[in-house]
Design a protein around this ligand. Structure first.
Ligand code: KG4
Ligand code: ZN
Length: 391
């Protein structure tokens, strides 16, 4: 089964074409084409992602990305004549009327490249920034009509879960994991603990009451004059402080450590960093130390709550996903702690390139959900939902 996947939930526009051989979850996957464009340089000057600009940039780049993927994969339907009947062209124009120029770009693309032999179109329908999500959703609906291909709306967070167990070394398969599994999803918009009793069965058992971890990293970065998104830079500074064994700069709280539930809160920690640094001119060594003190506090809370979840539900597998799972210190601490106290629990982190947003994970989630695909002409049901929840 060939799956074209589209991701536009935040500030990355991504399109992939993946061939799944076999049934989910034991299929092998081959990446036939993959293209991603990050808008970060554009949003940086605003200090965060600006939804109207994200939407505009998705609409401007999605056809070139599709073109790149299609040329890598070469699955043009050779029997197809690129004539589009007027009614269909009108339908496409209506679907894409909110994205100026996109319908014309797509129709030109179609005339040049013809229909593609694709079995399923998977598109992120949420959670995310709604104006940004709509670009991907409407574009996917238009493609479904043009190519007469079924379409499946995908939950972005299910993508993050599957990305973490997608093992390129193991014949491009999902690692067969024992259940129950706990998923710790840590990104710019989410911090949640999810219980998985089986494939596709998700139960939310903990979440942040305010800021997400990635958001806290980015806000602390701003306090330290590091441009958006500063998470990875803060992480780099923290590593440097550790390497040089710099003394503690600030005593920071590890919030919610003793709350007795599996919820998180990071806004108090961010405020504590603000009090520790405001109206002071920090030396570069002090900046490194604050970054490390912050990261240590974050890691302590994430670890303690995740271990509590593992114990409470007798989990055999830990899946860590989302942008912050790229953090090497968090990964090391989780792996070392599990090794000493929970050696029967195996942990999975995404391989390089699959922790932050991408469309390969959307293809994997699309394959998981292939049975609930919609027919191409019933696409009215598919909507973007910024608050779509996994459980
Ligand atoms: O999953 P993602 O790409 O987008 C969302 O769905 O939110 O996550 C992006 C977030 C940003 O807040 C970014 O600062 C953070 O992940 N991030 C990191 C690291 N790499 C990305 N935070 C800490 N350490 C990292 N190495
Ligand atoms: Zn994400």
């Amino acid at each position: 089964m060939k799956i074209l996947s589209i991701e536009t939930s935040c500030d990355e526009t991504a399109v992939s074409l993946i061939e799944a051989k076999g049934e989910f979850p034991s299929a092998t996957y081959e990446i036939l084409g993959d293209a991603l464009w990050s808008q970060i340089d554009i949003h940086r000057e605003y200090g965060g992602v600006f939804p109207a600009i994200a939407k505009r940039e998705h609409a401007a780049t999605i056809v070139p990305l599709l073109e790149k993927v299609i040329s890598e994969a070469d699955c043009t339907d050779k029997t197809y004549t690129p004539e589009i009947d007027t009614a269909l062209a009108e339908q496409i124009k209506k679907l894409l009327e909110r994205e100026p120029g996109l319908a014309d770009q797509l129709l030109t693309f179609h005339t040049e490249h013809g229909a593609q032999e694709i079995d399923l179109i998977a598109v992120t329908s949420g959670p995310g920034l709604e104006p940004a999500l709509w670009v991907g959703v409407n574009f996917a609906r238009a493609l479904a009509l043009l190519w007469n291909t079924p379409i499946v709306p995908v939950n972005h967070m299910e993508g993050h879960v599957l990305a973490s167990i997608y093992d390129a070394e193991l014949d491009d398969q999902l690692t067969p994991i024992p259940f129950p599994a706990i998923s710790l999803l840590i990104s710019g918009g989410h911090t949640e603990l999810i219980l998985m009793r089986d494939w596709g069965k998700y139960e939310k058992i903990g979440q942040t009451r305010d800021d997400a971890v990635g958001e806290a990293y980015d806000k602390v970065a701003r306090l330290l004059d590091i441009p958006y998104p500063g998470g990875p830079v803060v992480a780099g500074k923290a590593e440097e402080a550790r390497k040089r064994k710099l003394p503690e700069y600030a005593k920071l709280p590890a919030p919610m450590l003793h709350s007795g539930d599996l919820d998180f809160s990071f806004s108090g920690l961010k405020t504590a960093v603000r009090y520790a640094v405001q109206n002071k001119s920090l030396t570069e060594d002090e900046v490194l130390a604050v970054a490390r003190d912050f990261e240590d506090a974050v890691t302590t809370v994430l670890l303690k709550k995740t271990l509590a979840a593992i114990d409470e539900y007798g989990a055999k597998t830990l899946i860590v996903g989302g942008g912050v799972s790229a953090n090497q210190h968090i990964k090391r601490m989780f792996e070392a702690t599990l090794l000493t106290s929970h050696e029967d629990v195996t942990s999975y982190f995404p391989r390089r390139g699959l922790s932050t947003d991408n469309s390969i994970m959307i293809a994997l989630a699309g394959h998981a959900r292939a049975a609930s695909a919609f027919a191409p002409n019933s696409t009215d049901i598919i909507r973007a939902d910024g608050n779509r929840s996994l459980a």
